[in-house]
Design a protein around this ligand. Sequence first.
Ligand code: SAH
Ligand code: SF4
Ligand code: F3S
Length: 453
Amino acid sequence: MTKQLYISTYGCQMNVYDSARMADILSPLGYQLTTDPNSADMAILNTCHIREKASEKTFSELGRLRNMRKSKEEAGNGEMVIAVAGCVAQAEGAEIMKRAPYVDMVFGPQSYHKLPQMLAEATRQSGGVLDTDFPVDAKFDHLPKEAIDKNLSAFLTVQEGCDKFCAFCVVPYTRGAEFSRTVDEIIDEAKRMIDGGTREITLLGQNVNAYHGLDAEGESQTLAELIYRLSELKDLQRLRYTTSHPLEMTEDLCQAHRDVDILMPYLHLPVQAGSDRILEAMNRRHTGDEYRRIIEKLRSYRPDLALSGDFIVGFPGETDAEFEDTMQLIRDVNYAQAYSFKYSPRPGTPAAALESQMIAEEVKSERLARLQALLNEQQLAFNKSFEGKTVPILLEREGKREGQLIGRSPYMQSVYVQSPPHRIGRIAEVIVEEGNANSLRGKLKPGSEQDAA
Ligand code: SAH
Ligand code: SF4
Ligand code: F3S
């Protein structure tokens, strides 16, 4: 009998990837994904601990699920297993069991390959299962071969965890130490993805450019070397990687942006702040100018490289002048896209102990608004600069409007194109008619009928 599986995912791409793998693992047990939590036989919250707001959602959503379970059971529609996965589970597992004792399972990002076993234990009503170990044997060794992303544009986790310990960040605690999968394992997974129809692969890692996986000879390989290997795979048309740390933008990786055709000209390279004093307090271990020089080098190799970043405003002790340094850095770099956040103190991180230097909420809000206005301006100008240009677009899916497809440009822009649906899966030459704040709109270039299948 099929059972309904509901998964609610918060946080980064890694969580999105993990949620899909959990669904893969549960599928042989008869679980089928549903978008309706009311009918779920099992509900998993895949949580994020990165900022307070993200973390708090766990408890409010758990409350909602508890009510749904009650209604379902009262209506005689069977039980609902409630599980908490992800980074809040890892960081606050015991707390969740205490505050929400009705939860059946709590497990961290390194334990989900044990789901079938945990599920068997939980349904024997042993009073809840808690698994937040960092196992010695990697979970990737235990994932079934079918557990891969088979989308046209798909993610492949190559590296997990982080040893950088930025002063504000929980990731090193929730995801553990850096771990790289082997080259062969990755190539093998990529081949199976491509056989399943994938044409664009984004290599995922919390610190993806710190990749140092072993090859068949037992030699440690860099991300650039992995990219060269992957670029030889037949039928792979696009390659990306995320998220990177400036300290790991090695010469070979920068050169790969010049030399590897299928490596897309878009890079998410967070800098967080522009002031050297704040960067040091954040333990980022580079200066604003060092970051600028990396960008210059990358652009000398790949002039059309589009950049994206992450920014934090209101880190403890950040003065007005230091905030202006961030604004200046943004002006100097000129971003195509970016994410920005108010600093949020996280339990257990060094920055959270700087209580006396916390910045007032209104100041943070005001800085964030100014910073986002600048970034939005840059993004709009970037998108507008495409008007009239012809750009290769990977057509991914149907849009909401009749006859409309949505695709992506090499620079990660979403592009709306009038096109018949049979073109999904192809790269089409598109003339951009309009560049908007968050997307482009265009039409197929006449005569691009025979574009590569
Ligand atoms: N591994 C990636 C992303 C980490 S989390 C990296 O190193 O860049 C994504 C972003 O969330 C970070 O880049 C940072 O901008 C933001 N972030 C992390 N901790 C935060 C905190 N305590 N408060 C506000 N923003 C935070
Ligand atoms: Fe967090 Fe810094 Fe690691 Fe990124 S590099 S995950 S911000 S500790
Ligand atoms: Fe959040 Fe964990 Fe990702 S804290 S951002 S889900 S690594």
